[in-house]
Design a protein around this ligand. Sequence first.
Ligand code: AHR
Length: 503
Amino acid sequence: MLNASVTVDPAFVVGPVRPRTFGSFVEHLGRCVYTGIHDPGHPTADADGFRGDVVDLVRELGVSTVRYPGGNFVSAYRWEDGIGPVSERPRRLDLAWHSTEPNWVGLDEFMRWCAKSSVEPMMAINLGTRGVQDALDLLEYCNVPGGTHFSDLRRANGAEEPYRVTMWCLGNEMDGPWQTGHKTAHEYGRLAAETARAMRQVDPSIELVACGSSGSGMPTFGSWEHTVLTEAYDQVDLVSAHAYYHEEDGDLASFLASAVDMDRFVDDVVATADAVRAAGKHTKRIQVSFDEWNVWYVNRAESRPPSGDDWPVAPVLLEDRYNVADAVVVGNLLISLLRHSDRVHAASLAQLVNVIAPIMTEPGGRSWRQTTFHPFALTARHAAGEVLQVAVDAPAQATAKFGDVPVLDAVATHDPATGDVTVFAVNRSLTQDVTLDVDLRGFPGLEVLEATTLSNPDHTWQATADDATSVLPRANGSAALTDGRATAVLPPVSWSMVRLGRA
Ligand code: AHR
């Protein structure tokens, strides 16, 4: 048994809990769109062919924004292929995923799905094969009320009111050599700046995300952000970061410490953005949009696109099945994002359905929650008010990748409106319980409202369509509060939430 203490104090506010931290991502990739959110033959499908069971799960997950339509897909995408009568839409080669894009779902359908799912769209534009003019046309279609070619086209397509999309990603992973239309930092920075400047002439209220690095391991990481922001600082609001983690070679200890890497990644992006700010004598600060993050077993066969003459529609791709340890890491990555709420102003769990996703579907059949669904849904529901910086005192755990890391990681939120405090914590030990001791003397009069833990003696357990409920977050009966100190026993490889308030 190990002991760890966490001190929570109302004075140490990091920033607000931002709803956009709980964003996700729908890409035209594999079965995310087709047979994922869209499945006209499904018994719950609506007039657009969108699955009602998936909409219900998206709502339960608590997703705020949904980034669309890619990802790598967007870098050769012609958005106007996806508007107008479905029967007249072209079929295209999707170079990113070696698939055929039938364009059965496009912009207008996606906007209707967003309204139905109560999520905010976050649009990505193609800066791989396209540029300023196409971005302007798309923005005009989305945000101009009417009286111009593209806004009237939208109205003719059935959307009288503009969509008023606020968040726009200026391309996707343009630092990656795999990206169609990949660019150097200088080329991309200039294009991003000019595209952003022109887009703001159409709609000054938009928020623009420049592409940062597609991973902290990229050889250009750091210098990419520096060059891009030097070119585009005044024109953009946020810079993106992407990170995927997986257990490699059975090294569970390092995998469970993935949030250490995310912490460093955010700190490094912020430092680089602030260095450009200082050198350029800018006043505003560039914020971080962590608009792709998750566990992804990128080397598994499921992640290999088709090849040769095989260009299927909606093939099975990136359909990772997540286990309990994966869910603990997802919960820990959310802890990392929350503790950076001062500078991480948006984030997207990549992706939403079937493709490295918390929600899975059978074509025409069942849908279910993966293990990773639960920490996301509970954090989205119960993180409220302000994020508090907590002082963690925990024994070290040795890891091959990150050296010694604290065996326990935690963050807390405090809602001044209700007085509630919620502590989110992970026990990264592979074998030992951790007794968590939370010093809450700064919050007199609280009681434990709920303590919930996700763990399993077999951390490799995965949810399936046949059994998605044997392992769920369960009440942690060990939680107690005495003299301003809450205690709970957290099992090995576990994610927990302790909610405190006035009953
Ligand atoms: O989310 C899967 C892929 O990962 C996205 O298309 C791309 O942006 C990233 O490399």
